[in-house]
Design a protein around this ligand. Structure first.
Ligand SMILES: [Zn+2]
Length: 176
């Protein structure tokens, strides 16, 4: 006789790769629910295509392992890196560009700096794609379950606490 918990484990699938992106892992791929796998693949494929990636030159998305909450039931995933650069690295590039923009001589120079960064920063672009195209869990009484280095400035849950923001400085967490 198989218990319910085992049945759930059997139903889980590895985090999928797509055509224009590769899911990469430090160890064994995390196993997630089919529902989360489908959603991730849909959103990551769109992100990759919009970023100009192709099957011949895919963007690499580095996943890590989560322990708490939705991770325990395969409903959550954590992304730590894009094309080999960690998300805290992408965030530093982003912050540096924002500082340069703030010191810009005029409006058009400021706009150019911001637009260039928005185009080149794959960490920010990934976060925005997950935010704009993803349909993530929102448990009753809780915020939408998408947290990362840009949550306070970009949303969806701008009043994110310092504690939760600090816990997501180097990765993006999403659950479905
Ligand atoms: Zn997580």
């Amino acid at each position: 006789m198989r218990c319910a918990a085992n049945t759930e484990l059997v139903d889980r699938v590895p985090v999928p790769s797509g055509c224009a992106y590769r899911a990469v892992f430090a160890g064994e791929p995390e196993r997630i629910t089919a529902e989360l796998a489908v959603e991730l693949r849909r959103v990551l494929e769109r992100f990759a295509e919009e970023a100009g990636a192709t099957a011949a030159k895919p963007v690499r998305i580095g996943f890590g392992r989560g322990i708490f909450g939705h991770h325990q039931v395969g409903r959550a995933a954590d992304i730590y890196a894009v094309n080999g650069l960690r998300l805290d690295g992408w965030k530093r590039c982003w912050d540096t560009a924002q500082c340069r923009a703030a010191r810009a001589a005029d409006k058009s120079e400021r706009r150019l700096i911001v637009e260039t960064e928005q185009k080149q920063n794959l960490g920010w672009r990934l976060y925005k794609a997950l935010q704009l195209y993803g349909r993530w869990a929102q448990p009753y009484g809780y915020p939408i379950q998408l947290f990362g280095p840009w949550t306070r400035s970009e949303g969806p849950w701008r009043p994110i606490s310092n504690f939760l923001l600090n816990a997501h400085r180097d990765h993006i967490h999403m659950s479905k």
